[in-house]
Ligand binder design. Structure first.
Ligand code: FAD
Length: 306
């Protein structure tokens, strides 16, 4: 790669891996909405990613499988990094399990179960990737990623590659302190030895509870708002009369009212406006200020209100 070129497109064409200019992101998100990425890059391996991060002059945004992501209709300026096959390995050593950041959470949970390692069952029903789980400190049923993570390898915006221990990741509720443009490439977790059959039974029970409570087969982004301390976002939304509320093709789920749903014809703007309407109504009804858990990224469509 030349270090004197200034136009990002020819530079990106030389990156190792798959590079697509003006790539629609809607197919890569659970909501199935949103505009295009200026550049979508799927690196071959960590070295290629680090080199591309050093060479790319604009903004960088990592994405997983878009299960917690609302890409706005005007798309994303810069390079969107989506890890693929080169980051999909899983290996078990003793009571630790190492997974590439592109590994689906469910696969990691199943691999741990087969290896007789308990503690990762909670990941079975979270529809994201290991990278997204680390970034978001994903969790449910009283366990979160930070409880089981030993360390994560991260490529930073300047191309430096560092393996950080759990304590350096600044974990909080659905939060890590990683910069928005840092890419997690691999993570190591600790399991607790247990009988594979007992682990499988617990995972099945968690999946059953999830199917009963959440609209898991819809175009959704998971929990829209964080739970305020000591409160449930869904309870506040329900009490504010928002269950089933609809704007365009976007609707507050009837099944779980902290989930927004795209009925097929929603735009990102419909979904975001619906979320903001819910926030206003909850504020008026209870005084609580809900904070988005879903990550909203990119620009509104040209001509739309910001
Ligand atoms: C039906 C449904 C149920 C859900 N249930 C839960 C639940 O029980 N608990 C829970 O915590 N979440 C839940 N979610 C939300 C979501 O699955 C999690 O937040 C998940 O961790 C997001 O992972 P992802 O790979 O899809 O990331 P994305 O949605 O693609 O991205 C989310 C964020 O992570 C960042 N990111 C993604 N990959 C990387 C990477 N490799 N390196 C650095 N940053 C990265 C993105 O930049 C973005 O900020 C649910 C979602 C759905 C649709």
């Amino acid at each position: 790669m030349s270090s004197v070129q200034t136009d990002p497109a020819p530079r990106a064409a030389a990156f190792d891996g798959r590079v697509t200019a003006d790539a629609s992101l809607a197919p890569y998100t659970w909501f199935r909405v949103g505009g295009a990425a200026e550049m979508l890059y799927s690196p071959m391996d960590t070295d290629a990613l680090a080199e591309a991060m050093r060479a790319w002059p604009g903004p960088v945004l990592p994405v997983g499988v878009g299960s917690n992501l609302l890409v706005r209709d005007g798309g994303i300026d810069g390079m969107v990094v989506r890890l693929g096959r080169g980051f999909a390995g899983i290996s078990v050593e003793g009571d630790t399990i190492r997974a590439g950041a592109a590994v689906p959470d469910a696969k990691l949970a199943q691999a741990a179960q087969r290896a007789g390692l308990a503690g990762l069952e909670f990941l079975r029903g979270i529809p994201g990737t290991v990278g997204g789980a680390v970034r978001m400190n994903a969790g449910c049923h009283g366990t979160e990623t930070a409880d089981r993570l030993i360390e994560a390898t991260v490529v930073f915006r300047d191309g430096s590659v560092r393996t950080l221990p759990n304590a350096a990741l600044g974990f909080g509720y659905r939060h890590s302190a990683l910069p928005d443009d840092a890419v997690v490439t691999e993570a190591v977790f600790r399991g607790t030895p247990d009988a594979p059959g007992a682990i499988a039974d617990r995972m099945a029970a968690l999946m059953q509870a999830r199917e009963a409570a959440q609209p898991v087969r819809e175009k959704t982004g998971g929990s829209t708002f964080r739970n305020p301390p000591g409160e449930s976002a869904w309870r506040l939304i329900d009490a504010a009369g928002c269950r089933g509320l609809r704007i365009g093709g976007a609707q507050v789920s009837e099944k779980h009212c902290n989930f927004l749903i795209n009925h097929g014809e929603a735009s990102a703007a419909d979904l975001e406006t619906l979320g903001e309407t819910v926030r206003e109504r909850v504020r008026a009804a209870s005084g609580h200020d809900l904070h988005w858990e879903i990550r909203r990224v990119g620009r509104p469509a040209r001509g739309a209100a910001a």
